[in-house]
Write a protein that binds this ligand. Structure first.
Ligand code: CAA
Length: 386
């Protein structure tokens, strides 16, 4: 049978971050509530000229540079921070990256879950056409109301994954456990810039839907719990992984081994929630921060999108996978960032939406090659600074 899965993957994050200790200090909260209570230290904050398109293009650029564009006939853009009700954000990225014209581009939405739908659809497409490749971009900006409990769980970032019949990093297993239920735990009506969220209810539903998805995975003949070497979870905040991991151990009537979820939490802890990209940021974190060689080892992944859709699936880490990771690039993206004062954070949070054709003013210097230059006649203009 043809092997199908992830050939290459990488992430990109904004240059600026807010330390949650700054938020704690400003709000008179014990900083341990953030560092221990929700397991977050820093949250990424985009500049005014960064959006899901620029973040997505930056994440995809090194993937394309390494693998080329041959065979890519589909771009699936997963986001819940849509910039247009009609046009797919992936078309801008397709243009910025210079992808072949004989390619389809489409945007997928289901809260934080949609990149997993994209991954499964990509596997199906490659199974039918093994000489084709699918570029998946998951890109989101997580922004909640100021002074709300959810403010500390903001973040931003994008992950790009190339799916092909030459999965040098992770072969995706055929079993996948699914669960959908119509609930209102987190949603964003079209007229709002920030979501509405029933925070504690959402965390409970995350855990209960994971149980249902796991049971479905098992009923399809999926791998045994104890055979999974590492676990990656959707991470609205990094401590959610520990709660989920404990719940899964309970379901399987076994003791919790936190070592099997800690590597997947490291990057998210200093980046924050990036919705559709979060699970895949956790996957990169797990691959790049697990000291042991994972070659040939099966790993479990849990995807959750409020509203709600849950999916538990697995994959096998490929021999030689380390040669295809971009560890130094990713560590530099995290390490070479600039901390924001609370005042600068507020300026960035109140991002203007310039629709008069004027250039996008940037109160703090961004980094990266791709930028939103202006919105003129309601058309977004992006530049390639190289
Ligand atoms: N030291 C250490 N820990 C402390 C502390 C202190 N001084 N003070 C509080 N804590 C702990 C609390 O005990 C609590 O831990 P437990 O969950 O283990 O009980 C934790 O810090 C959080 O504190 P609160 O219970 O007081 O919760 P909160 O009011 O700060 O809200 C939240 C937390 C509900 C997650 C909120 O941030 C939120 O609404 N976030 C957005 C929604 C979200 O992320 N939901 C997750 C599931 S939905 C999903 O996954 C989709 C998605 O991406 C949005």
């Amino acid at each position: 049978m043809t092997k199908i899965g992830i050939e290459k993957l990488g992430f990109y994050i904004p240059r600026h971050y807010l330390a949650l200790s700054t938020l704690a200090h400003r709000n008179g909260i014990d900083p341990a509530k953030f560092s221990r209570g929700i397991g977050q230290e820093l949250i990424a904050v985009p500049s005014h000229d960064e959006d899901i398109v620029t973040l997505g293009a930056e994440a995809a650029r090194p993937v394309i540079d390494a693998c080329g564009t041959d065979g890519i006939d589909t771009v699936l853009f997963a986001t819940e921070t849509g910039i247009d009700q009609s046009k797919a954000a992936g078309i801008y990225v397709h243009g910025l990256l210079g992808l072949p014209a004989n390619c389809r581009c489409v945007e997928l939405k289901q809260a934080c879950y949609s990149a997993t739908a994209a991954l499964q659809m990509a596997c199906g497409h490659v199974a039918r056409k093994p000489d084709r490749k699918v570029l998946i971009i998951a890109s989101d900006v997580s922004r909640y109301d100021l002074d709300s409990p959810a403010e500390a769980t903001q973040g931003a970032g994008a992950v790009a994954m190339l799916v092909s019949s030459d999965p040098k990093v992770l072969e995706i297993d055929p079993w996948t456990g699914l669960f959908t239920q119509d609930i209102m735990d987190f949603w964003r009506p079209n007229y709002r810039k920030t979501p509405l969220v029933d925070g504690k209810y959402s965390a409970l539903r995350y855990l209960s839907t994971m149980g249902e998805a796991w049971n479905d995975y098992v009923s399809q003949g999926g791998r045994a719990y104890e055979d999974l070497a590492q676990f990656c979870y959707h991470l609205p905040f990094s401590r959610m992984a520990q709660k989920a991991h404990r719940q899964l151990a309970l379901l399987n009537k076994t003791s919790v081994d936190n070592e099997k979820c800690l590597p997947g939490m490291e990057y998210n802890r200093v980046i924050g929630n990036c919705y559709a990209a979060s699970l895949y940021l956790s996957l990169i974190s797990m691959l790049e921060n697990t000291a042991a060689d994972l070659s040939g080892q099966p790993v479990g992944l849990f995807s959750y999108g409020s509203g709600a859709v849950a999916e538990f699936f697995s994959g096998v880490v490929q021999p030689g996978y380390r040669d295809h990771l971009m560890v130094a690039h990713h560590k530099a993206l995290i390490d070479e960032r600039v901390e924001l004062s609370y005042e600068d954070y507020l300026t960035l949070w109140h991002a203007p939406d310039p629709q008069d054709g004027s250039a996008v003013e940037n109160p703090v210097a961004a980094r990266g090659r791709y930028r939103l230059a202006k919105i003129d006649e309601h058309k977004r203009h992006y530049i390639d600074a190289q």
